[in-house]
Design a protein around this ligand. Sequence first.
Ligand code: XMP
Length: 508
Amino acid sequence: AVVVLDYGSQYAQLIARRVREASVYCEVFPYDTGWESVAHLKPKGVILSGGPASVYEPGAPTLPDWVLERDLPVLGICYGMQLLAQSLGGRVAPATEREYGPATIEVVASSPIFADLPERLDVWMSHGDRIEELPEGFTALARSDNSPYAAMGRGNVIGLQFHPEVAHTPLGGTILRNFLFDLCGCEGNWTAASFIDDAIQRIRARVGKDRVLLALSGGVDSAVTAALIHRAIGDQLTPVFVDTGLLREGEPETVREVFGRHFHMNLVSIDASERFLTRLRGVTDPEQKRKIVGAEFVSVFEDAAARHGPFRFLAQGTLYPDVIESATPRDSKTAAKIKTHHNVGGLPEDLQFELLEPVRMLFKDEVRAVGRLLGLPEEIVQRQPFPGPGLAVRILGEVTPERLKPLRRADAIVRQEIEAAGLGDDVWQFFAVLLPVKSTGVMGDQRTYADVCAIRAVTSEDAMTADWARLPHDLLARMSNRIVNEVPGINRVVYDITSKPPGTIEWE
Ligand code: XMP
């Protein structure tokens, strides 16, 4: 494995993902982590991330002693490079010109880090400081117009002023692989298959003969968690699926089909739609809707736990980005927000369970790969994010069966058409929203006065920011035509062209 030390870069997670893409296992740690906390990974190398500080400022994040004492290969990126330079006796100072954006570097000395690469490389720079004097024993490996030391090295200690992990450094993957394979001697045998074998052993060892409860939402994370635990311990797992009546067309059926009939799990499937809809009657405030759905979910789930228990473990599909973010203080506000979003329903703390989180070290794309290998169908593995409160927050105004029906139909049309156009993988989320607005229309010789439906389709990396998808006009036309023709009660379709910020992805 490789250790990534996080100096507060927005790219630390990205570095980890790139390393994993090379089939090398890695974990991200705060920069001041001690050797005792990483030793169990038997690290073959260390990557120091970039960061917003300046190494010469008082109180700037420092290099833990063990990094150099252990004689491990080290790759310092941006701040990481400057930190290496400063710690080893070089000199770092503010650059006269901040270098931000695309740049071209020229490789000036041969080094394994630039093996198999051309002499000139397009890279992405983002730094205000630069190295003025190299530490003893280091040589310049590359230069750019603004950085005489765009890369430096001494044996297996390498510094890069630019960011090999971002897409704007097109050959950055090769540079990282050179570090991992040539300098660290990693083998690149960490795959979804090896993860599954390992996870099954660990789940069996931890759970023993006890029983595990899991809330199956229909989403990727809980689905893969269920499939993995079921592979390990079979019917000691009880997945509970609560149909809130707020899911999209076909979803409850898919969950029952896949987990009940195909995987033969001991699925507890509860149709609670009436309970939910009764509680939501007359409610129009979005936060109120969220609270009601959350509380009702917990109560239904607790009933099921009591009826089918006792259980020692509660399984959850927590993913690595949430783990990293909750360990990294710099972003505590945004991290906290993401977490409340992701905790479907927000299970209460006084449930007396031990948590079982077998995919907590995986990124989303890795969870998907694991799910595929476990035999989950594409419609589950590729499922887009869907809010816990479901369609309740996509019907503006009161949520009633009469309004759920047209929204479900319109939403299904949006999904079908975008998939059929082959854009399903490019667009992060796409769905229909039912507005509390009626407008006039004409169909045949008849005047109509009916609901307006909005289509929302956004591109995004992580849901923190998003842009409205530039869908082809023909596609928009097809969706609009079909919705107005096929969905009784909707006579007008609008397309949402708001980015996030200032908008949000959902309308409520
Ligand atoms: P917004 O609308 O805040 O959404 O831009 C960001 C991401 O979070 C999802 N979302 C939710 N997920 N419970 C959830 O589990 C919620 O209450 C909730 N609200 C928004 C949204 O779909 C998007 O992916």
